[in-house]
Design a protein around this ligand. Structure first.
Ligand SMILES: [Zn+2]
Length: 440
């Protein structure tokens, strides 16, 4: 049984927790009302003021915040603090459409590191550990959040970042890594290729995997644990809410505990927006209770899960949500990075200066996500113009890489090989499964 990082909060009584949540909610709503015109104007148009929210149940009176609101408010429109008080910015990828920009005050970074420390300790990490973080260290939140959390626990952190599998394995062996932080599918990739580079997981010191940023099944967990001897834990988060550290698994591995002293969780019907009963699947919605720079009110995540308030064997009071396997919108998760088909379309329109005929095909190669964009080549390119075609292909690949933050393969295909999609339909063929057991 692993320890609990902050038992005072993680195991407090539910009545006390609800009191604390309501007090913090009132503060957050006043803070947002006074400092974010976006929220103030919308609430006023509904004749609502923070004082009208008299209990936690009244929260449903307030409007949702969506990813579209973030894009419209680009870059700083949802911030409640002037930049002078904001000491960190993170952002999603993208330049054709506005990316999602988030900011943190000094206090927010402190909160975030505590929440990620809870994730790490719930997975059994402690100060003696050597933690290798194989998340992208760019504008995305994953690497920075987990690094701060593990440092707070006192672990020795190696910011290995992504890619270069051979080097990752070498670091793992030579630096005596005991905790791996990555996406679950990257972990599977490491396990699969290790023997080819002469590494044996049995000889490595790894004992804990803290995996997040993409969907995976319990069967994939079983497979990883059997093949490596480490124990694997799921964690969940998204940058709009704070980044990693929103929820996490304990040793019981029966749902992810939401850090409820810092976030209110709701589950709503994705179509009607109405609350669904406990235990029924719907869209996860979060309201921050302590954030200063960027309070979020009823943020619709697009992630589908159910929530349970049943007590957990680990002793934590926090509600648990089921593992997230699906989304309510067309967002794709490719190697842990969020991609919208609309980004691909926008790049192709920009390059081709006309509506291209294309489709997106997703598959895995040795557990690594691959994204292929198939484009029908118009009659403007004649067969003898091979050089021109290759140049075009490379140009599109590079533009897509800049836009998406991952490099897709571009394949040019002959006219009339891609089916005609109805207007507005997702041109996506996803051949990836969720892992062993996903069809059960
Ligand atoms: Zn638990």
């Amino acid at each position: 049984m692993n320890e609990i990082f902050n038992p005072e909060y993680e195991t407090m009584r539910r009545e006390e927790l609800r009191e604390l949540q309501f007090k913090r909610l009132q503060m957050t709503l006043r803070w947002a009302y006074e400092n974010v015109p976006f929220h103030r104007e919308r609430w006023l148009s509904m004749k609502l003021k923070p004082a009208d929210i008299r209990s936690l149940d009244d929260l449903v009176k307030l409007p949702f915040t969506t990813k579209a609101d973030f894009r419209e408010a680009y870059p700083y429109g949802l911030f409640a603090l002037p930049l002078e008080k904001v000491i960190r910015i993170h952002s999603s990828s993208g330049s054709v459409s506005n990316p999602t920009v988030v900011g943190y005050s000094r206090g927010d970074l402190s909160t975030w590191s505590e929440l990620c420390a809870r994730v790490a300790v719930a997975g059994g990490a402690h100060s003696h550990d050597v933690a290798q973080i194989a998340f992208d260290y760019g504008l995305l939140t994953g690497g920075f959040g987990m690094q701060a959390g593990l440092e707070r626990v006192g672990a020795t952190v190696i910011p290995a970042s992504t890619g270069n599998t051979q080097r990752q394995l070498r670091i793992m062996r030579d630096f005596k890594t005991t905790v791996l932080v990555s996406t679950p599918w990257y972990a599977k990739h490491l396990v699969e290729v290790a023997p080819e580079w002469g590494y044996d997981f049995e000889d490595l010191q790894l004992r804990v995997g803290l995996f997040g940023a993409e969907p995976w099944t319990n069967r994939l967990r079983d497979e990883l644990e059997e093949r490596t001897g480490f124990t694997a834990y799921d964690n969940y988060g998204l940058s709009e809410v704070i980044g990693p550290g929103v929820s996490y698994e304990c040793w019981n591995k029966d749902g992810l505990h939401v850090n409820e002293d810092h976030f209110l969780v709701e589950v709503v019907d994705p179509l009607s927006g109405e609350s669904v009963p406990d235990g029924k699947e719907g869209e996860l919605v979060f309201t921050s209770l302590t954030k200063e720079a960027l309070p979020v009110i009823r943020y619709r995540t697009g992630d589908l899960a159910s929530v349970s308030y049943r007590p957990c064997a680990c002793g934590r009071v926090f509600a648990r949500h089921s593992k997230v396997y699906a989304r309510s919108d067309d967002m794709l998760i490719v190697r842990g990075i969020n991609v919208f088909p609309s980004q691909v379309k926008a790049v192709l329109q920009e390059v081709e200066k006309a509506e291209p005929h294309y489709q997106i095909v997703l598959y895995r190669e040795r557990a690594i996500d691959q994204m292929e964009i198939q484009i029908e080549v118009s009659a403007a390119f004649l067969p003898d113009a091979v050089k021109k075609l290759q140049g075009f292909q490379r140009h599109v690949e590079e533009r897509l890489r800049q836009e998406l933050g991952i490099r897709p393969r571009v394949r040019l295909v002959e006219p009339k090989t891609i089916p005609d999609y109805p207007e507005g339909a997702g041109r996506v063929i996803d051949n990836r499964d969720l892992g062993p057991g996903s069809t059960e």
